[in-house]
Structure formats: C-alpha cells, structure tokens
Design a protein. Structure first.
Length: 308
C-alpha cells in the first residue's frame, strides 16, 4: 500500500513517541528532511504526495535508530554550535549549548573592547580587569570534535593560532575535519596525547580552554540512554568526585600559560566551589571568576595566571 509523506511522517512520530523520545515530533521531522534531502518548506509542498519505497524504508530505519536511543546528532552527523555546523560521530561528545556559554565568555576576554584602554581593576568580571593583547594563541585541551577551538578561530578577530589536543586519535581526526569545513584549518594545529603530554615541552599559550570529563563515575549509569550508551565514556568520566581532570589541569596549566594568561574551563552545574578551591590552593591564579549559565548554574571557571 502506498503512503504519502504525511502518513509516513505520522508513523515515525508515533514510533518515536512509543519509544520514549522526548521531542519526538521535532526528531521525526529532522529525520524526514535528512532522509529526503529536502528542506522543511520543500517537504510541505510534497506533504500529500506518495513517498517511494526506497525513501520510506530509509526514513523508517532512521526513526528506528533514534527510537533505540541513538542521538539525533549522530544520525544526522552534525550539530550546530555557535552558528557553525560541527560534524559529530560516536568518537566525540555532542557540542551543547552549555559549552556555548564557555566560548562566549572566552570570546569576551579575547575581543574585549578594553584591549587598548585602561583596565578596570575593581571590576568583578575578569574580561574587564586584565589588559588585552593582540594575536592570541589558544589551546583547546580535550578538544573532542574541536567545536571550541574552531569557534574561537572562526569567530574571534584577533586569534592567531589554536592548538587542539585530545587523547583520542579518532576525536582529533574529527576536529581536524571540522577545522577544514569551517575554513580555519590554516590557523589550527592538532596533536594526540594525554592532556599537556601531547605538546612540545616549551609550548605556552595566552589562553587555555578546556571542557574536560567532569561527571562523577557513579552518576554515569543514571544518565540519559543517549549519553551513557552512545557518547564516549572517556569524555564523560571525571573520576569518583568528578574533579580528576581539574586537579591535573590546574596543576600543569601555569607552566603552559604566558604571563597573565587565562585558563577557561567548563564545569558541572554544582562544581563551582570545588573548582574555585582547587584554583585558590594552587596559588597560581590570584584572579578567579565562576560564571553561571542562563539557568543560573555554575558553568565556567575562569582564572588569570600570575596576576598580583
């Protein structure tokens, strides 16, 4: 029996709803656009037309994958981040809006309008309290898909170079491809290794940005199936208290930052106090700020190295 585009879309919506997919209508439409290679506007023009067997089967297969918990972004192969289409697969975390908050704050620092003006020493915001500089060199540590590094290279006018490192060679391959797609590959370098071990011994940066693994090990089994069953565990697990990588980064970052260099780290919604304590105890970061996201949760730790 022949089916129209509308009828098969309704079948997929029902399939996803029964599978417990939260935003089943949105996902069904996104998969339909992908399967047919059409925009939403074009699909509506053919809404009552019959769909051929090949595209019908392909679409329902995609819906079945989504119903089993495979993230929509992995099926489509892309996630938009800061207005940039970032390729993703099972080797990398899916970039999230939370991380956009981190990049937005890093961008404020790099492109502060106060770069050529007197700093405001009494400001509570770090980007208003340190002198700016030209030709920033940035390290994206634990780069994953490269979303952070690519966004900084593409969106900041005074970034000279971005270096991306990750312990996963597959992730670094994805990051490299994303730099090419975004047209910033000539500004970026890529290295495989464990945190700073991927770098030359004397390499230093004006800014280090990192979205390290920070979820407590015991929390991971309770995460959404899309996360725990599909996204790479190595990019999620932050150890027993979620702070393993922060300890290492805070310990090693001062030797990798230029004078008054800036460390920017994404943190969990309840980790602000703990990460701030680590930074304070290091005695290397006298200027520290915990930034909250739009929901009022801790989201980024920003610290300036060697400022008295």
């Amino acid at each position: 029996m022949s089916l129209t585009v509308r009828e098969v879309a309704a079948m997929a919506e029902n399939q996803l709803r029964e599978a417990g997919v939260p935003d089943y209508q949105h996902d069904a439409r996104a998969l339909l656009e992908f399967a047919l290679g059409m925009s939403r506007k074009d699909i509506f023009m053919y809404w009552t037309n019959e769909i051929d067997e090949f595209h019908c089967d392909a679409y329902l297969d995609l819906a079945e994958r989504r119903g089993r918990g495979e993230p929509l972004q992995y099926i489509l192969g892309v996630q938009n981040f800061m207005g940039i289409d970032i390729s993703v697969n099972e080797n990398v975390l899916i970039p999230r809006q939370d991380t956009e908050v981190v990049v937005q704050n890093a961008k404020l620092i790099v492109e502060s309008v106060l770069s050529k003006k007197k700093v405001q020493a009494d400001s509570t915001h770090i980007y208003e309290s340190i002198p700016g500089r030209k030709n920033w060199e940035i390290l994206d540590l634990c780069c994953g898909s490269g979303a952070i590094g690519v966004a900084m290279a593409k969106l900041c006018t005074n970034v000279k170079k971005v270096v991306c490192t990750d312990i996963s060679a597959q992730a670094v391959g994805v990051a490299r491809e994303n730099s090419r797609k975004a047209g910033v590959e000539k500004m970026m370098d890529f290295h495989v290794g464990d945190l700073f071990g991927a770098l030359r011994k004397r390499a230093k940066f004006d800014m280090i940005i990192s979205n390290p693994p920070y979820i407590r090990t015991d929390v991971i089994p309770g995460l959404q199936r899309e996360v725990k069953d599909h996204e790479p565990l190595i990019a999620l697990d932050g150890g027993a208290d979620g702070l393993d990588f922060y300890r290492r980064i805070v310990s090693e970052a001062p030797s990798r930052l230029e004078k008054k260099g800036v460390l920017v780290m994404e943190i969990g919604y309840d980790q602000g106090d703990a990460v701030k304590s680590l930074l304070e105890e290091s005695n290397a970061f006298p200027m520290i700020e915990i930034v909250k996201d739009f929901a009022g949760h801790d989201r980024a730790a920003i610290a300036v190295c060697g400022v008295k």
